[in-house]
Design a protein around this ligand. Structure first.
Ligand code: GLY
Length: 328
């Protein structure tokens, strides 16, 4: 007797932010829908494969300069692009990640290679770049990864340096206000009932060189386990790492919570435990699916842009509470 097939589901996000004030809403929504469609196409194919679907969906967002990942990555304090990414296979719990890599256009492909071709879970910095060469991955000039936003930031950094402000730990001193969105990610359920997640980021603007965020780390930037579900997170990596937010979402699913409750309660746990003193508070959000393909999306603030495809219907928005739906 043929095995029962699951109905494929994909959810992608383009990052959380403190504010919904953006001037490129349409471009963001278009990019997210394109990524979701790319992943869904793979899920619908004969070789329905959740890992390939999330990797390809994230690569679409990495290629889009409207997002802080791959080609649109923000800059560290040295004015350099340094990226983190991870992928995880919920069938066998294999995962791969790269952190603080430079000159790679699609860090998610490199993370996938770490998962598929090594016995390790994470390679870092120059060593990850050496591995990229070994597997034949092209190295690109950093210039080609810079978006207009990053170029403006580079200018601000050099002005701040001239004015002696560059050592100030607060990025607001250099930026005025943060204009970059945080991180991209995807989660999927394929026809065979397998789950996967992938996450990729240019990290926090003006971070110290060598800083590694949550997005490279299983249990923080994402997690996938066929027994429970999958998730991908976004927000301030330091906060997310402190509570292992992706693991927390899995724990809530294991306890029998719905995907939406797991998302809401994971963010609430972070906020309750970290008790932010800053007026802006913590920034954390995530997308979740359970093993039946039910979706949860939540963020500590109003901005968490996303798109999902389920039962041939696409939903998208820049705020999880206000979204639009259309046919595919
Ligand atoms: N969430 C991305 C980062 O903090 O690096």
């Amino acid at each position: 007797m043929a095995e029962k097939m699951a109905r494929p589901v994909i959810v992608v996000h383009g990052g959380a932010d403190f504010t919904v004030q953006i001037d490129n809403k349409q471009a963001i929504v278009d990019g997210l829908c394109k990524a979701a469609r790319r992943g869904y196409e793979i899920l619908q194919s004969e070789d329905s494969n959740a890992v390939r679907a999330v990797v390809e969906a994230v690569s679409v967002l990495e290629d889009d300069e409207n997002f802080n990942a791959g080609r649109g990555s923000t800059l560290n304090r040295d004015g350099k692009i340094q990226t983190d990414a991870m992928v995880m296979n919920g069938k066998n719990l294999k995962c791969g990640g790269v952190s603080a890599v430079m000159n790679i256009a699609n860090p998610v492909y490199l993370a996938e290679q770490v998962m598929e071709k090594t016995n390790h879970c994470l390679l870092t910095a120059q060593y990850a770049n050496d591995f990229a060469k070994k597997v034949g991955m092209e190295t690109v000039d950093m210039e080609t990864l810079m978006s207009p936003r990053s170029r403006r930031l580079l200018e601000s950094i050099s002005i701040a340096r001239e004015e002696g402000r560059v050592n100030d730990a607060k990025k607001e001193t250099v930026l005025g206000k943060d204009t970059g969105k945080d991180t991209v990610g995807a989660i999927a359920l394929d026809k065979n009932g397998n789950l996967a997640c992938a996450t990729s980021t240019g990290g926090l603007s003006l971070a110290l060189p060598g800083r590694v965020g949550d997005s490279a780390l299983p249990g923080c930037g994402g997690y996938a386990d066929n027994h429970f579900g999958a998730c991908s997170t976004t927000g301030i990596g330091e906060d997310i790492m402190r509570v292992n937010m992706a693991t927390r979402a899995m724990y809530y699913l294991e306890q029998g919570q719905s995907a939406q409750d797991a998302a809401v309660n994971s963010v609430q746990y972070l906020v309750d435990r970290l008790k932010p003193s800053d007026s802006k508070g913590c920034l954390a959000g995530l997308i979740v699916i359970d093993k039946q393909g039910n979706i949860g999306i939540h963020c500590s603030h109003d901005f968490l842009c996303f798109a999902s495809i389920k039962n041939g219907k696409i939903q998208y928005g820049i705020n999880p509470d206000e979204f639009e739906s259309t046919g595919l």
